[in-house]
Design a protein around this ligand. Structure first.
Ligand code: C2E
Ligand code: MG
Ligand code: MG
Ligand code: MG
Length: 275
């Protein structure tokens, strides 16, 4: 992803100098410190319904590095996933999101959770404690998990998801269609939302096969009572096509970029002053 510009290149440069293992340990050490020093922040991206109303926001973590500037999660989440650091990162994110809830523009907020976090037998119990401490109900949360291997019965992952759902948390399969377990996920019936990977959205108006796949997924999902959110909506043509095909939620740069809460408040203040 080139959107970090120079920052991404500095990391890439260090990556060339250091062995893979040393690079990983280097990032790990810095990230551990960053969590302690509150150098991370959350940007929120809106999700809209068919009626054009904002329904929820997705929390996306960023690392505001003192030297390197803003680092995107794609550059550090996979490294955090290699150790217990991912649990610390996830806990930091949930705590910050809970603190932000009163200032969010929507009642519902989605957070991304790694498969590595869900593997911890007490993930859901800790989640429950964290939101209870903030006085929040599970209904306010969506947990997005990336499509991975099928979740076996009696696995820790599965039990955590069931626990979360019992709290009222909705479960979304992120990047649906990008992995390999797509139909298994549908058969499972343990999900509430499918988020169609943006690879399908990107060519929805130019590749008939992509629009046929999305239309079929929407039909199946409708029959199962599952919501379908299209990710990465960048043009009005894509948006119109996705509405036509039966998607029920829409997210993407066309509709709203991820942004820090402060920017939202300032924008609202500016709008109030301008009015
Ligand atoms: P994701 O959950 O699929 O999030 C969507 C990504 O697509 C975000 O990238 C978002 O900025 C980007 N995006 C949104 N709309 C558009 C669009 O219209 N066009 C394009 N090209 N991109 C769009 P981001 O923020 O860099 O996050 C990347 C991934 O990092 C996320 O993918 C998610 O898997 C992971 N991630 C983010 N925050 C967290 C977190 O707190 N915990 C964990 N475990 N993973 C996270
Ligand atoms: Mg997501
Ligand atoms: Mg996604
Ligand atoms: Mg993703």
């Amino acid at each position: 992803k080139g959107k970090n510009g120079g920052r991404g290149r500095v990391i890439a440069f260090e990556r060339e100098l250091l062995s893979e293992e040393r690079y990983q340990r280097f990032i790990e050490r810095e990230l551990r410190a960053a969590i302690l020093m509150d150098e991370l922040e959350i940007h929120y991206q809106p999700v809209f319904g068919q009626d054009g109303r904002q329904r929820s926001v997705e929390a996306l973590v960023r690392w505001r590095h003192s030297v390197r500037g803003m680092i995107s999660p794609g550059a550090f989440v996979p490294i955090a996933e290699q150790s217990d650091l991912i649990a610390k990162l996830g806990q930091w994110v949930l705590r910050r999101v809970c603190a932000d809830v009163p200032r969010l523009p929507t009642k519902v907020v989605a957070i991304n959770v790694s498969a590595a976090e869900l593997r911890h037998p007490d993930y859901a119990a800790r989640f429950a404690e964290e939101i209870a401490a903030a006085g929040l109900m599970g209904e306010r949360f969506i947990v997005e998990i990336t499509e991975t291997a099928p979740l076996h019965k009696n696995s820790a992952e599965r039990k955590n998801l069931e626990f979360l759902r019992a709290l009222g948390v909705r479960i979304a399969v992120d990047d649906f269609g990008a992995g390999h377990a797509s139909l298994g996920y549908l058969r499972d019936l343990s999900f509430d939302i499918l988020k169609i990977d943006r690879a399908y959205v990107a060519e929805i108006t130019s590749r008939p096969v992509d629009s046929m796949i999305v239309e079929s997924i929407c039909k199946i999902a409708k029959g199962l009572g599952i919501e379908v959110i299209a990710e990465g909506v960048e043009t009005p043509e894509q948006h119109a096509a996705l509405v036509e095909l039966g998607c029920t939620g829409f997210q993407g740069f066309l509709l709203g970029r991820p942004q820090p809460l402060r920017a939202k408040i300032e924008a609202e203040d500016a709008a109030i002053k301008a009015a």
